[in-house]
Each structure stands twice: as C-alpha cells, then as structure tokens.
Write a protein that binds this ligand. Structure first.
Ligand code: SF4
Ligand code: SF4
Length: 112
C-alpha cells in the first residue's frame, strides 16, 4: 500500500505534504512532486494537507493512472524534505484539466 500524487499537483506544487511526511518519501520534479511507493508507510497524514487534493491512497481507482508515474520519477528526481516557495500562480492552476499531457516536466526540482 502507498499513497500517490495525482496530476493536479502539476504547477500547483504547494509542498505542504512534504512537511508532514514522517519518512521523507516525496521526490521533486520541476513542477510537481511524487511519492516513492516503496518508501511510503501508508500513514495518510499528507492527504488532507494538500490544498490541491492531489494525494490519494492506491486503494482509490483514481490513483491507478499515476502509479507508474510516481514509481518512475521517484527513482529519478531528488528527494525533498522541506517546503520551498510555492509557484506564484499555483492557485490559478488548481483544477486545470489535462495537466499531465500539456504541462508535465521531466526536469528535476531543486528545493532539496
Ligand atoms: S501539497 Fe499537493 S499540490 Fe502541493 S506538492 Fe504536495 S501533492 Fe503537490
Ligand atoms: S502517506 Fe504518510 S508516508 Fe506516505 S507519503 Fe503520505 S505522509 Fe508520507
């Protein structure tokens, strides 16, 4: 069992989730975060912290489409353990459709 980050995180990247994760299993891309499924201990504390409602347990069918994305990029992107500055236009991107297709970036993040 694990939690996963959904596509609505893209360009929102508020990072509230990072602050509460007890095992630091978030990884940072340029404009979104992912959860490492092998490191997440399934505690669930991050889910209600996300202002974009972009975190779900893998028991939810909506998580299926992003499971591979979380797994793949958690192995490639750097670990993030503290909250950085959210994007200035994060609120404008909250809820925008098709983000994965139109706005996903493979570049790593640099908050650290
Ligand atoms: S709090 Fe939500 S939107 Fe912000 S980085 Fe975490 S998953 Fe993404
Ligand atoms: S469910 Fe718990 S362990 Fe998993 S990412 Fe969220 S806070 Fe971290």
């Amino acid at each position: 069992m694990t939690y996963v980050v959904l596509e609505n995180c893209i360009k929102c990247k508020y990072m509230d989730c990072v602050e509460v994760c007890p095992v630091d299993c978030f990884y940072e891309g340029e404009n979104m975060l992912v959860i490492h499924p092998d490191e997440c201990i399934d505690c669930g504390v991050c889910e209600p912290e996300c202002p974009a409602e972009a975190i779900l347990p893998d028991t939810d069918p909506a998580s299926e489409s992003v499971m591979d994305l979380n797994k793949k990029w958690a192995d490639i992107w750097p670990n993030i353990t503290r909250m950085g500055e959210k994007p200035a236009d994060a609120d404008e991107w909250n809820g925008v459709g098709n983000k994965l297709q139109d706005h996903f970036s493979e570049k790593p993040g640099d908050t650290g």
